[in-house]
Design a protein around this ligand. Sequence first.
Ligand code: FAD
Length: 449
Amino acid sequence: MAEYDYDLFVIGAGSGGVRAARVSAAHGAKVAIAEEYRVGGTCVIRGCVPKKLLVYGAHFAEDLKDARRFGWNVPEPCEFDWATLRDNVLSEVDRLNKAYSQTLDSHGVEMILERATVSGPNEVTLASGRTVRAERILIATGARPSVPPCPGHEHGITSNEVFHLDRLPKRILIAGAGYIANEFAGIFNQFGTKVTLINRSDVILRGYDESIRDRLLQISMTKGIDFRFHAEFRGIEKMDDGCLRVSMTNHEDMVVDCVLFATGRVPNTEGLGLAEAGVEIDAKGAVKVDADNRSAVESIYAVGDVTNRVQLTPVAIREGQAFADTIYGGKPTRVDYDCIPAAVFSHPPMAGVGMTEGEAKNRLGSVKVYTSDFRAMKDVLADRHERALYKMVCDATNDRVVGLHMIGPDAPEILQAAAVAVKAGLTKADFDNTVALHPSMAEELVLLK
Ligand code: FAD
């Protein structure tokens, strides 16, 4: 041990790094963690948490309107104040940031609030110039937004800045078609901003079940979001009045107040000294690791978004936990990547687990699909004309449910519980044998015909 300052040095205090550091320390390791921005990482500081709070805030636009149909006297117009929501969300982020720091502290993890780079298989150099030696190094540096290199791209913002806007833009152009683009399109649209989403192809939310994403597209268009497909950025020009003129392929120029790039995330490996230390990096910049999160260098490991396996918080946390239990807990553990549930917190939200109908047809050949296309009871009374859609995909040879996909109110909350059944390999008959909980939306899952 004297050879090293620490048993483990973790670079990056996000979802994966914090879990790995805390659990390794609890297993008895001497651990330090370096963070260049804020403890908590993307999820807590500028990802899942503030995003979900904005989604809640945005949903009041519909709730308040619907409330009138339920007898509530809601003044018209009903005003929304962005600064109040923004500041309350940012204070909650501050609270969580402190809570994460306290957790590390109470587990005896040394926190170093500086950028760190790798300067050898067992050596880390801090921004202050200090070098430290560690028996093992864990790279948990996450990912960052990627921005297309078009002229004027510096006038746009990314999800890093969106939580801090001084005021709500009247018109926003969102580039991208993944979950972050669609979530912010829904958020801003509910706040009354004119939203245009532009995308290089004509497919949104690639990888999600086709019927579910088609339903979201249809509902989003009905709610007033404009979609421009086959549109690639040519450039952004800042005009004298501060507005942004955006030019793109196949469509006319647009003038907006804000451009939000949600065009993917790239692993944070640049300038980290990894290649020089012998760590292999793939074509997308991700650290290549084996099933035990070990890189090409024996003493260097990586977990979370920087490995570009599944870029989700619960996955980063599991990888961090598996690393700590395997190396310091005497309990070899590997993450099971099968049946990871995922959600899009759009308006309405969608969620899915397992194979989409398309994937199941390709992989299994013979599949049975059951759907329920319905209007939620609450939406009927509210005179809201959007329909929920649930889809169950089964292996036709043995009745096993291999995929569950849904869009509608509370879809992520319902899907998390149903994902247990899919992961456990239950059959359609098992769902049918469960008595419905009435009246609920979730009961549709046990009443599928
Ligand atoms: P991170 O949480 O990104 O942590 C990496 C940390 O390393 C950062 O704090 C960074 O500052 C630090 N760092 C980087 N380089 C260095 C260095 N050289 N020295 C010191 N520190 C360094 N996931 C979900 O599961 N559900 C969601 O709803 C969801 N919503 C999201 C919404 C948005 C807008 C975004 C951007 C992401 C969202 N995600 C969501 C993804 C989720 O945030 C990430 O998958 C998760 O945070 C990955 O954890 P991580 O530990 O790999 O990296």
